[in-house]
Design a protein around this ligand. Structure first.
Ligand SMILES: NC(=O)c1ccc[n+]([C@@H]2O[C@H](COP(=O)([O-])OP(=O)(O)OC[C@H]3O[C@@H](n4cnc5c(N)ncnc54)[C@H](OP(=O)(O)O)[C@@H]3O)[C@@H](O)[C@H]2O)c1
Length: 254
């Protein structure tokens, strides 16, 4: 177990190593920021949570990832982008033979969101796949018109997230997938035993509100049998912001 204090100017998550992908899917990590009471949202999006240092950790994890995934709910609430902004991190990827930018991934039923942001802008330098279960031919043409995004059909089965993962592994060669939420998409990974690690930035806030989304929002009835157990791999305290950067591995259930 690695316990430490964050040293400003360092990039603690850049030194991490990840296991190879299991059969049929990428190795999957989720990265979220939450308050002490587990909330992932304030007034409709996550923008009141997480410091600039937290966003740096997010960029470091993206640097490892072959693809960055979001649910359509997050795209609607706050936009979604797999972009690595820091040129030093882009160079770090180049040196390791990775694409300069991770592939963007969106999961949706009908793609009912505005076509704004880098996934729908020609020459944004990003490439994205939109996995949709009920995307019409007309909507597919609109999504693909800028030339950056491609639509991939998935079924309406409850475990269709596994189709997404299989496609990413087998057709796109994705070995490490970083899911950046939201809570509904996170829950699908957990429900279908397809989450390997949970990175949580715990922020020094109490948000409250009965209906405020937490970092995981599945439709199942919570029970002792269904609890997923995690092993703490590292905890880094940021003395300046009061945040904890936590890395957990999912070990089993029940
Ligand atoms: N604190 C954080 O770190 C953090 C991170 C990310 C997001 N957030 C916040 O979380 C909120 C959004 O979370 P959310 O739980 O509402 O949404 P979400 O998880 O981002 O997206 C849920 C949507 O994804 C699509 N989807 C998921 N699984 C699917 C499947 N198997 N087949 C087809 N479509 C599927 C559906 O899209 P359609 O509705 O299009 O059918 C579903 O409504 C926002 O407020 C955002 O700001 C917080």
């Amino acid at each position: 177990l690695h316990l430490s204090h964050f040293v400003p100017g360092t990039r603690p998550y850049l030194d991490l190593e990840f296991p190879p992908p299991p059969p049929g899917r990428p190795y999957v990590i989720t990265n979220m920021v939450g308050s002490i009471d587990g909330k992932a949202v304030i007034e409709g999006n996550e923008q009141g949570l997480g410091s600039g240092d937290d966003k740096d950790r997010m960029q470091e994890l993206r640097a490892h990832a072959d693809a960055v995934m979001n649910g359509a709910g997050t795209l609607r609430a706050s936009g979604a982008s797999s972009r690595i902004r820091d040129e030093a991190l882009v160079e770090w990827r180049r040196k390791r033979g990775k694409a300069e930018q991770p592939l963007g991934v969106i999961v949706t039923r009908r793609a009912e969101f505005e076509l704004r942001g880098p996934y729908f802008k020609a020459d944004s330098g990003l490439r994205a796949l939109v996995f949709g279960s009920e995307i019409s031919e007309q909507r597919k043409r609109e999504l693909e018109a800028p030339g950056t995004a491609k639509v991939v059909p998935i079924s309406t089965r409850p475990d269709s997230i596994l189709e997404v993962l299989r496609h990413l592994r087998e057709r796109e060669g994705v070995a490490l997938l970083c899911c950046e939420g939201g809570p509904t998409l996170n829950a699908q990974l957990v429900e279908h035993d397809a989450l390997d690690e949970f990175f949580l930035t715990l922020g020094p806030e109490l948000v409250g509100g009965r209906d405020t989304l937490t970092v995981l929002e599945g439709d199942w009835q919570a029970s002792k049998d269904r609890v997923r157990h995690l092993e703490l791999l590292s905890a880094i305290a940021n003395d300046e912001t009061g945040e904890l950067y936590l890395r957990y591995r999912v070990t089993g259930s029940g």
